[in-house]
Design a protein around this ligand. Sequence first.
Ligand code: HPA
Length: 248
Amino acid sequence: MSETAIIGGTGLTSLNGLEIVRREVVNTPYGEPSGPLVHGRLQGHGVVFLPRHGSGHTIPPHRINYRANIWALHSIGVRSVIAVNAVGGIDDSLTPGCLVFPDQIIDYTWSRINTFFEDGLSSVVHVDFTRPYSEELRSLLIEAARVAGLHTVNSGTYGATQGPRLETAAEIDRLERDGCHMVGMTGMPEAALARELGLSYAACAVVANMAAGRGREGETISMDLIRQHLESGMEKVCRLLVELVPRL
Ligand code: HPA
């Protein structure tokens, strides 16, 4: 049984170097996860891989069944989750292709089911979310990146937006005033659901583009541009995971 899972985002629908052992379909009380859980070995260590947007990258951020994904991983014995998320860089230092390990979140999403604690409760539950990511896992990510010789940004606030459209320049100005350094669409409610089930959870954000109004004057953000930048970023993510997995 593998205790570690990697949830892949845009640009990471399969994991280079993963020797696939089997695929497992998990039924959950919350409906279907994004796909079968992929059990495999990375550097000889067992891991479970789940592409968040489905194996064909067809599930948009607001339609992902975050509860089913997290419940499925927990139900098979996973205890640590590394989430890979594509983001737009708001802070000048977060340029395309850069890897960032966020340490805070501001949630701007709406209408997503964001808790397991809804019905049939014997009392109301409020989980602590002061530090939304596991500091222990973040330290391991930072150490693995150092050993892999990767330049990374080791903190920052992730602004989670609803999507699927990208933001306006004014929305990005607002996020910056709020203290966000990067913006993405899939960080929440995933991190909060992981906390509710007691999973250790940390994220590796890959900068795909400068956020709206932050790139070159007049530049629009295209999926082609995002894909191009993600390719170089994902190559770094694979180098990072090769160092990380033996440490988990
Ligand atoms: N905004 C929101 N989500 C994103 C972006 C962005 O600019 N780039 C990649 N995911």
